[in-house]
Design a protein around this ligand. Structure first.
Ligand code: R5P
Length: 296
Protein backbone atom coordinates (compact mmCIF):
# COMPACT_ATOMS: atom_id res chain seq x y z
CA UNK A 1 0.00 0.00 0.00
CA UNK A 2 1.86 3.08 -1.25
CA UNK A 3 -0.76 5.64 -0.26
CA UNK A 4 -3.93 5.82 1.82
CA UNK A 5 -6.49 8.39 2.89
CA UNK A 6 -6.94 8.87 6.65
CA UNK A 7 -9.89 10.56 8.35
CA UNK A 8 -11.73 10.89 11.63
CA UNK A 9 -15.07 9.11 12.10
CA UNK A 10 -17.13 12.23 11.35
CA UNK A 11 -15.71 12.50 7.83
CA UNK A 12 -15.36 8.84 6.84
CA UNK A 13 -17.91 9.10 4.02
CA UNK A 14 -16.11 11.93 2.22
CA UNK A 15 -12.68 10.35 2.84
CA UNK A 16 -13.98 7.10 1.33
CA UNK A 17 -15.25 8.96 -1.72
CA UNK A 18 -11.85 10.63 -2.16
CA UNK A 19 -10.00 7.31 -1.69
CA UNK A 20 -12.29 5.69 -4.29
CA UNK A 21 -11.54 8.48 -6.80
CA UNK A 22 -7.81 8.08 -6.13
CA UNK A 23 -7.99 4.26 -6.26
CA UNK A 24 -6.29 3.89 -2.86
CA UNK A 25 -7.31 2.55 0.56
CA UNK A 26 -8.77 4.57 3.40
CA UNK A 27 -8.47 4.15 7.15
CA UNK A 28 -9.86 5.78 10.24
CA UNK A 29 -7.89 7.78 12.80
CA UNK A 30 -9.08 7.07 16.34
CA UNK A 31 -9.85 10.16 18.39
CA UNK A 32 -10.60 10.41 22.08
CA UNK A 33 -11.42 13.73 23.71
CA UNK A 34 -10.73 13.69 27.44
CA UNK A 35 -13.09 15.41 29.91
CA UNK A 36 -10.54 18.21 30.29
CA UNK A 37 -10.68 18.94 26.53
CA UNK A 38 -7.38 17.38 25.49
CA UNK A 39 -7.34 14.98 22.54
CA UNK A 40 -5.73 11.57 22.10
CA UNK A 41 -4.98 10.54 18.52
CA UNK A 42 -4.21 6.99 17.43
CA UNK A 43 -3.19 5.63 14.03
CA UNK A 44 -4.52 2.09 14.29
CA UNK A 45 -2.43 0.34 11.58
CA UNK A 46 1.06 0.99 10.12
CA UNK A 47 0.77 4.13 8.00
CA UNK A 48 1.17 4.11 4.21
CA UNK A 49 4.35 5.80 2.92
CA UNK A 50 2.17 8.58 1.52
CA UNK A 51 -0.55 9.50 4.01
CA UNK A 52 -3.39 11.77 2.89
CA UNK A 53 -5.17 13.23 5.90
CA UNK A 54 -8.70 14.41 5.06
CA UNK A 55 -9.78 17.09 7.55
CA UNK A 56 -12.05 19.98 6.75
CA UNK A 57 -11.36 22.86 9.11
CA UNK A 58 -14.71 24.41 10.01
CA UNK A 59 -15.01 24.82 13.82
CA UNK A 60 -11.24 24.74 13.67
CA UNK A 61 -9.75 25.33 17.08
CA UNK A 62 -9.65 21.79 18.52
CA UNK A 63 -9.08 20.36 15.04
CA UNK A 64 -5.91 22.39 14.52
CA UNK A 65 -4.22 20.85 17.56
CA UNK A 66 -5.46 17.42 16.46
CA UNK A 67 -3.96 18.02 13.01
CA UNK A 68 -0.52 18.49 14.52
CA UNK A 69 -0.93 15.38 16.66
CA UNK A 70 -2.16 13.32 13.70
CA UNK A 71 0.64 14.40 11.35
CA UNK A 72 3.14 13.42 14.03
CA UNK A 73 1.43 10.07 14.70
CA UNK A 74 1.31 9.26 10.98
CA UNK A 75 5.06 9.94 10.64
CA UNK A 76 5.79 7.87 13.77
CA UNK A 77 3.73 5.06 12.20
CA UNK A 78 5.78 5.02 8.97
CA UNK A 79 4.53 7.79 6.67
CA UNK A 80 7.34 9.58 4.83
CA UNK A 81 5.03 12.15 3.26
CA UNK A 82 1.91 13.58 4.93
CA UNK A 83 -0.57 15.55 2.84
CA UNK A 84 -3.39 17.59 4.33
CA UNK A 85 -6.60 17.70 2.31
CA UNK A 86 -8.66 20.42 3.97
CA UNK A 87 -11.59 21.17 1.63
CA UNK A 88 -12.43 24.13 3.88
CA UNK A 89 -9.37 25.92 5.18
CA UNK A 90 -10.01 28.02 8.27
CA UNK A 91 -8.61 31.39 9.33
CA UNK A 92 -7.89 32.57 5.78
CA UNK A 93 -10.13 35.66 6.03
CA UNK A 94 -8.01 37.56 8.58
CA UNK A 95 -5.19 38.17 6.11
CA UNK A 96 -4.13 41.56 7.49
CA UNK A 97 -4.40 43.31 10.84
CA UNK A 98 -7.56 45.34 10.22
CA UNK A 99 -7.04 47.13 13.54
CA UNK A 100 -3.83 47.73 15.50
CA UNK A 101 -2.90 44.77 17.68
CA UNK A 102 -4.89 42.11 15.81
CA UNK A 103 -3.25 38.77 14.98
CA UNK A 104 -2.85 38.05 11.27
CA UNK A 105 -4.56 34.66 11.61
CA UNK A 106 -3.97 33.60 8.00
CA UNK A 107 -0.19 33.85 8.43
CA UNK A 108 -0.14 32.12 11.83
CA UNK A 109 -2.32 29.19 10.76
CA UNK A 110 -0.52 28.93 7.40
CA UNK A 111 2.81 28.62 9.20
CA UNK A 112 1.36 26.05 11.60
CA UNK A 113 0.11 23.83 8.76
CA UNK A 114 3.39 24.27 6.87
CA UNK A 115 5.28 23.09 9.96
CA UNK A 116 3.46 19.74 10.03
CA UNK A 117 2.61 18.78 6.44
CA UNK A 118 4.47 18.26 3.16
CA UNK A 119 1.55 19.49 1.09
CA UNK A 120 -1.86 21.03 1.57
CA UNK A 121 -4.82 20.82 -0.82
CA UNK A 122 -7.86 23.00 -0.35
CA UNK A 123 -10.77 24.51 -2.27
CA UNK A 124 -11.54 28.20 -2.71
CA UNK A 125 -9.67 29.54 0.31
CA UNK A 126 -10.38 33.17 1.12
CA UNK A 127 -7.30 34.63 -0.57
CA UNK A 128 -8.50 37.98 -1.76
CA UNK A 129 -5.47 40.13 -0.98
CA UNK A 130 -2.72 37.65 -1.86
CA UNK A 131 -2.19 35.74 -5.09
CA UNK A 132 -1.39 32.20 -4.04
CA UNK A 133 -1.72 29.76 -1.17
CA UNK A 134 2.04 29.14 -1.37
CA UNK A 135 2.54 32.61 0.10
CA UNK A 136 0.53 31.48 3.15
CA UNK A 137 2.32 28.13 3.54
CA UNK A 138 6.00 28.65 2.90
CA UNK A 139 8.00 25.57 1.93
CA UNK A 140 5.09 23.20 1.29
CA UNK A 141 3.26 22.29 -1.92
CA UNK A 142 0.10 24.35 -1.47
CA UNK A 143 -2.73 23.60 -3.89
CA UNK A 144 -5.79 25.81 -4.14
CA UNK A 145 -8.56 24.28 -6.26
CA UNK A 146 -11.45 26.21 -7.81
CA UNK A 147 -14.97 24.86 -7.19
CA UNK A 148 -16.56 26.91 -9.99
CA UNK A 149 -16.62 23.97 -12.45
CA UNK A 150 -18.41 21.68 -9.97
CA UNK A 151 -20.89 24.40 -9.01
CA UNK A 152 -21.44 25.09 -12.69
CA UNK A 153 -22.06 21.41 -13.43
CA UNK A 154 -24.75 21.36 -10.73
CA UNK A 155 -26.52 24.44 -12.09
CA UNK A 156 -29.75 24.00 -14.01
CA UNK A 157 -29.59 26.63 -16.73
CA UNK A 158 -32.90 25.79 -18.44
CA UNK A 159 -34.63 28.85 -16.90
CA UNK A 160 -31.82 31.09 -18.25
CA UNK A 161 -31.09 32.42 -14.73
CA UNK A 162 -29.34 35.67 -13.94
CA UNK A 163 -26.18 34.81 -11.97
CA UNK A 164 -25.64 37.26 -9.11
CA UNK A 165 -22.60 37.76 -6.87
CA UNK A 166 -23.06 39.79 -3.69
CA UNK A 167 -19.69 41.54 -3.85
CA UNK A 168 -16.71 42.23 -6.10
CA UNK A 169 -14.83 39.29 -4.59
CA UNK A 170 -17.49 36.88 -5.83
CA UNK A 171 -16.92 38.00 -9.44
CA UNK A 172 -14.36 35.24 -10.05
CA UNK A 173 -16.93 32.49 -9.34
CA UNK A 174 -19.83 34.32 -10.96
CA UNK A 175 -17.93 34.92 -14.18
CA UNK A 176 -16.51 31.39 -14.43
CA UNK A 177 -19.98 29.94 -13.97
CA UNK A 178 -21.95 32.36 -16.14
CA UNK A 179 -19.69 33.01 -19.13
CA UNK A 180 -19.22 29.42 -20.42
CA UNK A 181 -23.01 28.91 -20.23
CA UNK A 182 -23.75 32.26 -21.88
CA UNK A 183 -25.73 33.47 -18.84
CA UNK A 184 -26.09 37.11 -17.78
CA UNK A 185 -24.43 38.13 -14.53
CA UNK A 186 -24.16 41.06 -12.15
CA UNK A 187 -22.22 41.63 -8.92
CA UNK A 188 -22.87 44.02 -6.05
CA UNK A 189 -20.70 46.19 -3.86
CA UNK A 190 -20.80 45.08 -0.24
CA UNK A 191 -19.92 46.99 2.88
CA UNK A 192 -19.54 45.14 6.16
CA UNK A 193 -19.74 46.98 9.45
CA UNK A 194 -20.22 43.93 11.70
CA UNK A 195 -20.56 40.14 11.68
CA UNK A 196 -24.24 40.45 10.79
CA UNK A 197 -24.32 44.02 9.64
CA UNK A 198 -23.82 44.54 5.93
CA UNK A 199 -25.22 46.55 3.05
CA UNK A 200 -25.06 45.71 -0.64
CA UNK A 201 -25.54 47.97 -3.62
CA UNK A 202 -26.27 46.50 -7.07
CA UNK A 203 -25.82 49.04 -9.88
CA UNK A 204 -27.53 46.73 -12.37
CA UNK A 205 -30.31 45.31 -10.18
CA UNK A 206 -32.94 46.21 -12.78
CA UNK A 207 -31.74 43.12 -14.68
CA UNK A 208 -33.40 40.95 -12.01
CA UNK A 209 -36.89 42.07 -13.07
CA UNK A 210 -38.89 38.99 -14.11
CA UNK A 211 -35.85 36.71 -13.90
CA UNK A 212 -34.95 33.56 -12.06
CA UNK A 213 -31.77 34.30 -10.06
CA UNK A 214 -28.91 32.15 -8.80
CA UNK A 215 -26.85 33.84 -6.07
CA UNK A 216 -23.26 32.60 -6.02
CA UNK A 217 -20.70 33.11 -3.25
CA UNK A 218 -17.63 31.33 -1.89
CA UNK A 219 -18.81 31.11 1.74
CA UNK A 220 -22.13 31.18 3.57
CA UNK A 221 -21.24 32.03 7.14
CA UNK A 222 -24.05 33.75 9.06
CA UNK A 223 -26.13 33.89 5.87
CA UNK A 224 -26.55 37.67 6.20
CA UNK A 225 -25.02 38.37 2.79
CA UNK A 226 -27.55 36.09 1.08
CA UNK A 227 -30.48 37.53 3.06
CA UNK A 228 -29.60 41.14 2.23
CA UNK A 229 -29.02 40.31 -1.45
CA UNK A 230 -32.23 38.26 -1.73
CA UNK A 231 -34.42 41.01 -0.28
CA UNK A 232 -33.17 43.48 -2.85
CA UNK A 233 -33.46 41.05 -5.75
CA UNK A 234 -37.05 40.17 -4.84
CA UNK A 235 -37.91 43.84 -4.44
CA UNK A 236 -36.46 44.39 -7.92
CA UNK A 237 -38.82 41.77 -9.36
CA UNK A 238 -36.84 38.50 -9.32
CA UNK A 239 -39.28 35.62 -9.75
CA UNK A 240 -37.28 32.92 -7.97
CA UNK A 241 -33.95 32.82 -6.11
CA UNK A 242 -31.64 29.99 -5.31
CA UNK A 243 -28.16 30.13 -3.82
CA UNK A 244 -24.97 28.19 -4.44
CA UNK A 245 -21.75 28.40 -2.47
CA UNK A 246 -18.51 26.50 -2.22
CA UNK A 247 -18.59 26.35 1.58
CA UNK A 248 -21.59 26.48 3.91
CA UNK A 249 -20.60 27.13 7.53
CA UNK A 250 -24.04 28.32 8.62
CA UNK A 251 -25.97 26.68 11.44
CA UNK A 252 -29.54 25.40 11.05
CA UNK A 253 -31.10 28.54 12.53
CA UNK A 254 -29.20 30.86 10.21
CA UNK A 255 -30.10 28.70 7.21
CA UNK A 256 -33.73 28.97 8.27
CA UNK A 257 -33.32 32.76 8.16
CA UNK A 258 -31.87 32.50 4.65
CA UNK A 259 -34.84 30.42 3.50
CA UNK A 260 -37.25 32.84 5.18
CA UNK A 261 -35.77 35.67 3.11
CA UNK A 262 -37.21 34.00 0.01
CA UNK A 263 -34.30 31.86 -1.20
CA UNK A 264 -36.01 28.66 -2.25
CA UNK A 265 -33.00 26.38 -2.57
CA UNK A 266 -29.51 26.54 -1.05
CA UNK A 267 -26.77 24.23 -2.25
CA UNK A 268 -23.12 23.94 -1.36
CA UNK A 269 -20.30 21.49 -1.88
CA UNK A 270 -19.66 18.81 0.72
CA UNK A 271 -16.56 20.64 2.02
CA UNK A 272 -18.54 20.98 5.25
CA UNK A 273 -21.20 18.53 6.44
CA UNK A 274 -24.11 20.95 6.20
CA UNK A 275 -27.73 20.21 5.22
CA UNK A 276 -27.00 22.11 1.98
CA UNK A 277 -24.00 19.93 1.02
CA UNK A 278 -25.28 18.32 -2.17
CA UNK A 279 -22.27 18.70 -4.45
CA UNK A 280 -19.36 16.28 -4.07
CA UNK A 281 -15.79 17.58 -4.21
CA UNK A 282 -14.23 14.10 -4.33
CA UNK A 283 -13.37 14.12 -8.05
CA UNK A 284 -12.04 17.70 -8.00
CA UNK A 285 -9.82 16.92 -4.99
CA UNK A 286 -8.59 13.66 -6.54
CA UNK A 287 -7.78 15.38 -9.83
CA UNK A 288 -5.89 18.11 -7.97
CA UNK A 289 -3.87 15.54 -6.02
CA UNK A 290 -3.07 13.54 -9.16
CA UNK A 291 -2.21 16.57 -11.30
CA UNK A 292 0.32 17.72 -8.71
CA UNK A 293 1.80 14.19 -8.47
CA UNK A 294 1.35 14.27 -4.71
CA UNK A 295 1.01 10.49 -4.35
CA UNK A 296 4.42 9.85 -5.94
C1 R5P B 1 -16.98 37.56 2.13
O1 R5P B 1 -16.09 38.17 1.60
C2 R5P B 1 -17.36 36.20 1.67
O2 R5P B 1 -17.16 36.09 0.29
C3 R5P B 1 -18.81 35.89 2.01
O3 R5P B 1 -19.65 36.76 1.28
C4 R5P B 1 -19.06 36.04 3.47
O4 R5P B 1 -18.12 35.30 4.21
C5 R5P B 1 -20.45 35.58 3.83
O5 R5P B 1 -20.65 35.80 5.20
P1 R5P B 1 -22.10 35.88 5.82
O6 R5P B 1 -22.84 34.66 5.40
O7 R5P B 1 -21.85 35.93 7.31
O8 R5P B 1 -22.72 37.13 5.33
Amino acid sequence: MRAAVYAFADETDRAEALAAELGIANAEIALHRFPDGESLIRVTTPAAPVAVLYRSLHNPNAKLVELLLTASALRDSGARKVILVAPYLAYMRQDIAFHPGEAVSQRVIGDLIASAFDACVTVDPHLHRIHSLSEVMPGVIAVSLNAAPVLSAALDSTANPLIVGPDEESLQWVRSIAEPMGLDYIVGRKQRTGDRDISIHFDAIAQAQGRSVVLVDDVISSGTTLVVAARQLLAAGATRIEAMATHCLANAQDLEGVRASGIEKIRSTDSVACSTAEISLARLLAEGIKTQGLLE
